[in-house]
Ligand binder design. Sequence first.
Ligand code: ADP
Length: 265
Amino acid sequence: TEDRLRQAQKMEAVGQLTGGIAHDFNNLLAVISGNLELIAEGLDAISGPATASLQRKCETALRATDRGATLTRSLLAFARKQTLRPSIVDLNELVEEMSELVRRTTPGNVELRIRPHDGLWLCVVDSGLMQNALLNLVLNARDAMPDGGVLTIATDNTVLDAAQAAQAEVPAGEYVLLTVTDTGIGMAPETVSRAFDPFFTTKGVGQGTGLGLSMVYGFAKQSDGYSRIASTLGKGTTVRIYLPRSTNTAAAAPAGPPAALPQGR
Ligand code: ADP
């Protein structure tokens, strides 16, 4: 629809802008952290009581540059300026490998349901980015259920004909579908329409970066797929990631170790 087109154009423009800034910023961060490391080494060599406190300040500054690097990585993912390392992935395996981390991330009052589809088709994605996208969705679901609820992670094979595709607002085709559903606070329509925007957050200062869903959006797009949000205020939210079915019949590559938790979330 026309709305969808305008949204896509806006995301494209914002992506170009943020991608350029993030790229330059990343280079500056590298200069800063490189020099901080040299200072820390220099302090090491002349170690004494006065340098100990300077050492600690150096470490604090280095940790801040690490957080900055994580932020710029999210931005680059949104802007699709990241180099992809795609492989043939069985999403069920990836979800299974992430389940321990997901369990540790969600509090006890959140019931976790994992619903893998038997005979799931394969897809071609960067498994590290896929893991990151899933984690971002899980963290959002957790944040949406402060009083507990049910978090469901499901996979499915999906064939969309023209009518179904129009309904789902994605092109017709064959997809591997990842669905993350929560029974949390939900979103008003205005929130849904801005949720993918980088830096859009309704969470408090220091709580949200507004980059989680932009990363998910960029990841799906970069994988030639789509991400969509369906949400009802007070009822809950479903985020879907449609990934093109891979026709390659080779065995799926192992997903590798789970990604580190996104910083500050
Ligand atoms: P952040 O989580 O840092 O705020 P995101 O880009 O992940 O950034 O999300 C943007 C906004 O979208 C959130 O601040 C919140 O308002 C809304 N949102 C995202 N996921 C959910 C969810 N599962 N339930 C309710 N609101 C959500």
